[in-house]
Design a protein around this ligand. Structure first.
Ligand code: 4AD
Ligand code: MG
Length: 483
């Protein structure tokens, strides 16, 4: 077929090889026809721009044209000519037009008009063919690539941590069970419970909620590691920021304290935003216009105060605010918002878990920039976080972003065996099951830290999209696993 790099539409549009004969491939976005001339815009996913194809003279064949509609796939050989139209240098004067696959206009659901994001979720198998999802898909790829580049350039090793796990110690959320036992009449033990010793792994197993615990094992030998894998949470939260299956970047660093950890996380986020600005300008430009269109339909107070690209630059240029949970608590408690009872969850007692509305208040109203919160009450954080000298707080760190709320969660880890055991007892984590994790604290334990960046939360921020279901190709949410 000869679809090899050079004739991808992104390259054709950059070339000025007027007079050259090329063969292009792609899907029809629009078709217009007048008496002796037809115009087709063709897209092959390589760019947000379409290639304009002109069909006239002997190439103009009415019978053929009648079979070409939006969504059809074509192979066209023709001559590159300067474009009289605005916005592109070059267009294609068609010679041979071959239809690879037709698309019946009475059935094809994507018409050349604006479709709602809700409708597009129902046709997720076709939504890659829209400008919005083409742009998101390319930006998503760029971000994946940039994440690996960031860590590789800094000497980190990528670790594949397991997806099926027998430990449910993270406590990060409800888990999905993995089993080969029959769902009807599974074997039972003496107590009447399901007998998992007869299951595939001889024990109860689940899909992982995080690769952290295994990444820690690797970090305590390789020093600098990261995992970037799918994670699963069966929490029934139907929000615009939660998925049941999402991707998480989890670096883990030996010899890093909480401050080194914050520096790395801030660097990573800024690096990714920079990378997007540099490598995806056309797509971000499109997404910015899309967002501005969308904003017009929103209430004034829900509108984003900044245009997308300006917002990304603003985050890159400003140091994130770093404050303790206690300081944040005081700010929230004393805020007019709280006094006027405008929070759904009032802030009245030190120790409460912060809700998304509190996080967003701090970021959007109080500081006007990303915030890193540290030193949370130990009661609301996981057992593995290092306990501070006050014995009330732990070296946790959450990074809060505008419109998103929590984008990163991490901590310095508890490296002292005695303290770790005490925390496990306090939080009811079974010691026996975690023997392998504990051994790293017995043998050559070192201070170490890490964090988890939710990849789709980051994608929400970079693309300016409002719903997490629209930044992953095939979202998994409660009652939704169609594609
Ligand atoms: O704060 P979380 O639960 O942290 C952990 O899992 C740690 N083990 C990470 C670590 O220290 N290595 O999750 C980390 C991030 C959150 O800040 C959020 O961005 C994202 O993962 N996240 C979700 N993203 C989409 N859907 C969900 N249901 C998410 N839950 C968490
Ligand atoms: Mg968290």
């Amino acid at each position: 077929m000869a679809y090899k790099g050079k004739n991808r539409i992104v390259h054709i549009l950059e070339s000025e090889d007027y007079g050259k004969t090329v063969t292009v491939f792609g899907w029809v976005r629009t078709k217009r026809e007048s008496k002796n001339v037809g115009f087709i815009t063709l897209n092959d996913g390589s760019t947000i721009q379409n290639l304009q194809v002109v069909i006239e003279g002997s190439s103009m064949n009415e019978a053929l044209m009648a079979r070409i509609h939006s969504g059809a796939s074509l192979k066209i050989t023709g001559e590159l000519i300067p474009s009289p139209g605005q916005g592109q240098k070059v267009e294609l004067k068609a010679g041979a037009v071959e239809i690879l696959g037709e698309a019946n206009p009475d059935e094809y659901p994507l018409q050349p008009k604006k479709h709602s994001l809700e409708f597009l979720r129902e046709i997720a198998h076709l939504r890659f063919r829209t400008n919005t999802f083409g742009a998101i898909t390319r930006v998503r790829h760029a971000m994946i690539f940039a994440i690996h580049k960031f860590f590789n350039d800094r000497g980190f090793y990528n670790i594949h941590t397991p997806i099926i796990t027998a430990s449910d110690a993270e406590g990060a959320g409800e888990m999905f069970r993995v089993t080969t036992l029959p769902s009807l009449n599974p074997p039972l033990n003496e107590t009447g419970a399901v007998d998992f010793t007869r299951d595939f792994f001889g024990r109860e197993t689940n899909l992982t909620v995080s690769g952290q615990l295994e990444a820690e094992l690797a970090a305590l030998a390789m020093s600098l590691v990261y995992t970037f894998g799918p994670t699963f949470r069966a929490e029934n939260s139907n929000t615009s920021r939660h998925l049941a299956e999402f991707w998480m970047i989890e670096p883990e660093m030996a010899f890093y304290d909480i401050h080194d950890n914050m520096d790395l996380a801030e660097d990573l986020l800024k690096y990714l935003l920079n990378y997007a600005l540099e490598h995806c300008p056309d797509d971000l430009d499109f997404l910015s216009k899309r967002q501005q269109d969308e904003e017009k339909n929103k209430k004034q107070e829900d509108r984003s105060p900044m245009e997308l690209i300006e917002k990304l630059k603003f985050v890159i240029d400003n140091k994130f605010e770093r404050i303790s949970y206690t300081e944040a608590y005081e700010i929230l408690k004393n805020s007019n918002h709280n006094k006027k009872k405008k929070f759904q969850f009032p802030v009245h007692e030190w120790g409460i878990d912060l809700q998304s509305e509190h996080e967003r208040y701090l970021v959007e109203k109080h500081f006007g920039k990303p915030v890193i919160l540290i030193d949370y009450p130990k009661k609301i954080k996981a057992f593995y976080m290092r306990v501070n000298d006050d014995d009330q707080t732990v070296r946790a760190m959450d990074i809060l972003f505008p419109q998103i709320g929590e984008i990163v969660g991490g901590s310095q880890r508890e490296e002292r065996l005695g303290k770790l055991l005490a925390r496990m007892k306090e939080t009811g984590i079974p010691e026996k099951q975690m023997w392998w994790y504990l051994e790293t604290r017995k043998f050559g334990s070192v201070p170490h830290s890490g964090f988890g960046l939710g990849f789709e939360r980051m994608m929400l921020f970079v693309t300016g999209m409002g719903n997490i279901r629209d930044v992953i190709p095939f979202p998994r949410t409660p009652l939704n696993a169609e594609f």
